[in-house]
Structures are given as C-alpha cells and as structure tokens.
Design a protein around this ligand. Sequence first.
Ligand code: CMC
Length: 391
Amino acid sequence: TGYITIDEGFKNTGSTTSGITYLDGEEGILHYRGYPIEELAEKAEFLEVAYLLIYGELPTKEQYEVFKHEVTTRSLVNEDMRKIFDGFPVNAHPMGVMSSLVGAMSSFYPDNDKKHKGDFTEVHIRRLLAKIPTIATWCYKKSQGHPINYPKNHLDYCSNFLHMMFALPVENYEVDPIVSSALNKLLILHADHEQNCSTSTVRLVGSSKANIYASISAGISALWGPLHGGANQEVIEMLEAIKEDGGDVAKYIAMAKDKNSTFRLMGFGHRVYKNFDPRAKIIKKAADDVLAKLGVNDPVLEIAKGLEEAALKDEYFVSRKLYPNVDFYSGIIYRALGIPTNMFTVMFAIGRLPGWIAQWLELRKSGQAIGRPRQIYTGPTKKHYVDIDQR
Ligand code: CMC
C-alpha cells in the first residue's frame, strides 16, 4: 500500500545497509571490511580474504590455520553427486552444471544433519568454499574426456584447484607458483562487490529463509548472464572475433556506438564505476606481468589494448563514462593460466563465493523482512470471462 515509485534496474534504490564492502564509483575506491582492494590483492591469500568478508576481520594465525583446515578437509564431494554430474552432456556449460550441483548440495547436506553439533551454517559455509572448486574441475575434466582428480589436502586452495584441473595420472604435475599466485589475485579481486545482480539475488532468495545452497545456486545463475559475470567469456570471444576479422578495432567501436546494433563492447561500462574500475587497473597490470613471466605472447592482449585506447579517446565512451571493467582483462590472464574460455565465469563464481556467503549471513543476522518489491500494474482493466466457443 502507499505510493509506489518505479526504479527499473534499481539504478537509484538501496536494498539494504551493509558493513561488508565499500564502493565509491566516482573515485574508483573498493574496500572489503575497510581494507583497500589493492592491498589485499597484493598481500593476502584468497581464503584469508574469505575469512575477512565472512567474519568481519582478518584472521589471526591460529584462526586462519583452523579455518584453512576446516575448508581443506571438506573438499571431497559426495560420490553420489557424481551420478548427477555424469548425467550432464559433455558440452554442458559449466555454469549450468555448477548451479544445479550447488542446488543439489542442499539435499545432500540438509540442516537436520545430526553429526555436526553446534552451528550448522558454519559447516555449510566451509562445505561450499571447499566443494565448489572441486565441482568446477569435474566440468573441465569431463570436457577433456579425462578422469577427475581428487583433491590433495597438503596443497593450498589455489594450488589444489590447479592440481585438480591440470594434473594427469600419466605424468607428474607441479603447480607453477606464478600461476597459483595470479589465480589468488584474480579470486581476491572478485570476492565481493556489494549489491550487484548476483549478490542481490542471493540476498533476495535468502530473505525467504531458503537455505544457503539454494540461495547461492540462484546467485550462480544470476552471475551467468553476459551483462554480469558472463561478460568475461564474451570479452575473449569478442577479442578473438576481432582478431579473426583482421584486427580492425575501429569497426567494432563503430558497431558498439551504433544504436541500431545490439552489439556492446563487452568488458566496458559499469553501473557504479564512472571513472575507472579499480579492479580493472590491477588486472591490466597483472595481465602484462603474468604473460611476461609465463612467456606467453597472446595477440588478443594487443587487440584489447588497442580497443581500450580507441574507446577512451572516443566521445561516445567518454561522455557516457564507459571504462574497462573487471572482466575486460581477466580472461586474458585466465587464458594464459590454461583455463578454457567456457570456465571463465565459473572462476568468477569461485571468487565471488565468499562475498555471497558474507552477504547471506549478514542478511540472515539482520532479521530483514522478506524481499518483496511492488509494481505499477499496466495490464487491462476488469474483463469478463467469455466461453471458449464464443472467442
Ligand atoms: N558498449 C556500448 N555502449 C554501452 C556499453 C558498452 N559496453 N555499456 C553501456 N553503454 C551505453 C548504453 O547503450 C547507454 O547509452 P545511451 O545513454 O545512449 O542509451 C549508456 O552507455 C548507459 O548504459 P546502461 O546500459 O544504461 O548502463 P547500465 O548501468 O544499465 O549497464 C552494464 C551497465 C555493465 C550492464 C553495461 O555497461 C554493459 O552492458 N556492459 C557490457 C557488459 C559487461 O562488460 N558487463 C560486466 C560488468 S562488470 C562485472 C560484473 O558485473 O559482472
């Protein structure tokens, strides 16, 4: 009841108060629980940042050791989940598989699990952090026709992921520290971003008191879209298309500006950042560093730089304050690390997971009412039923 205002796309509507992530779009500032993203990306480990987001403060050494142990020792996924997984077609998109299997986890780990005394949520949080990377690597292994790798508990979070992705039973696999540290940085940069589409989805689903697996499964689905996390896959596909097409950057800039075309420059623009995306700044530098260290010469990096340079000089992009976002250069790094294009959005999901968990917990603890937006009705006024043979 009362006066309803419409704010399509929630461009100017706050849905909650939150103490997790601070974002200033004009100044390009991003803090997790008060800590600048630049410092965390440079110095922290991903699980340390996960702890920070979820519990509000950086862990002490003892707290961190316990937390890491509790996550690491849950990385095996119930073998019966494999049966569900085996039913997916070989070319299934990993985001669809991920969203389904995370939803399925609610049936494997229901709240009446009497084995774990105390706070069940704590156990579920650790399970999600532990098992989602394992499931992601199943998708890759299946696409290759290779056997899956079971997790190795002596490895750190990123190295274990790389081991499960790339180790083959026929040869020794050593995790390259350059690769695992680049992955660590990317995951940290994606870890939270206040009330974006997928996080708002997690909170909205959670507000109905749906369980954490169901809420996060919904968040994964929201992230999949090309205007959100799916953009990182689209960026590389766009850069490759430009390369195949002879590298004519100007042609694609013109297409992006053409209002009769549906083409957008993927990886450009952001709802909140209007001067630059601080994550993109770090990732651009990291892309240069990682490619140089790994000795990779990727022609799409040059295309990306050419595209950025041309767009930043163009009145259309300048006047609309469209800058490269986090997804513009991240795919180039993922490629250099050997991660296939259709897994990029899954990498984003692994990174965003602690943010979703932290936001879900904050919502639940706040006791906020169920999310239930209103509308302004624009359909027909009252009509009367007409028998079918008289229509
Ligand atoms: N290429 C060409 N034009 C664009 C682009 C783009 N990438 N982004 C925005 N515009 C134009 C848009 O057409 C509109 O022009 P006009 O005022 O003439 O109608 C103006 O800029 C404002 O755009 P909007 O769509 O109203 O802005 P929004 O805040 O609703 O959308 C966005 C933000 C990120 C969805 C959009 O910029 C976009 O589609 N970008 C490409 C997809 C992308 O890179 N998404 C990843 C976002 S960052 C990570 C994440 O959230 O997952």
